[in-house]
Design a protein around this ligand. Structure first.
Ligand code: C5P
Length: 223
């Protein structure tokens, strides 16, 4: 029997990172932040001077990606590329744009597939992404698809960045989110879509604690 997997997919800013992290802590299961793999691939290209439009070169970067995840003493997961902490750089708007560009290349997705499946270990895995329930773990025990309006997601991201002391513009963030949504949903490989058997939760008007409660109800019902 393979280890159980719970997948949490959805667009950026829908709360999937927070929910899947809370869930993995609660269950004491492993956690896969698949977006971080695409972000590190994009970042590695920027650092190595590889053009994001050069699919063959980007695929080579993805295939040989020297990436590592380590928790800091506060439990925050840090991301390392070639031993260098890139956690901050990959979370920038530029990092997000680069990630969504490399993620649209089919051979890059193929190159990262096994690496993602290797996270599936006992006692279980919570996997956060866009295609966790549709492509990477189609046999997952439980699948969630979290969504929220673009305006609400931009608003959340705005508050997050302000709290970090970053200077950002809300209209610019909204534009970025819409552009990224369009790219993620319209690409021909693994477009952002709920799995047929996913439980869809719209968090636009629901606080994160209530979303977690709803998720936990489903997890408990599944046994
Ligand atoms: O989840 P996160 O915002 O960190 O993901 C960054 C980008 O990586 C997304 O905009 C998307 O293009 C891509 N991604 C993906 N498939 C995944 C996870 C992320 O295509 N499973």
């Amino acid at each position: 029997m393979p280890a159980p997997v719970i997948t949490v997919d959805g667009p950026s800013g829908a709360g999937k990172g927070t929910i899947s992290h809370m869930l993995s802590e609660h269950l004491a299961w492993r956690f896969l932040d698949s977006g971080a793999l695409y972000r590190v691939t994009g970042q590695a290209c920027l650092l190595e001077g590889v053009a994001l439009a050069d699919s063959a070169a980007v695929t080579q970067v993805a295939r040989h990606l020297d990436v590592d995840f380590k928790a800091d003493p506060q439990g925050e997961i840090l991301v390392f590329y070639k031993g260098q902490d890139v956690s901050r750089a990959i979370r920038s708007e530029e990092g997000g744009r680069a990630a969504s560009k490399v993620a649209a290349i089919a051979s890059v997705r193929e190159a990262l597939l096994q690496r993602q499946r290797d996270f599936r270990q006992l006692p279980g895995l919570v996997a956060d992404g866009r295609d966790m329930g549709t492509v990477v773990f189609p046999d997952a025990t439980l699948k969630f698809f979290l969504t929220a309006s673009a305006a609400e997601r931009a608003e959340r991201r705005y508050r997050q960045l302000l709290a970090k002391g970053e200077n950002v513009s809300l209209p610019r963030l909204l534009e970025d989110i819409k552009e990224r949504d369009a790219r993620d949903s319209s690409r021909s490989v693994a477009p952002l879509l709920p799995a047929e058997d996913a439980i869809v939760i719209d968090s636009t008007a629901t606080p994160i604690a209530a979303v977690f409660e709803q998720v936990m109800k489903e997890v408990t019902a599944k046994g």
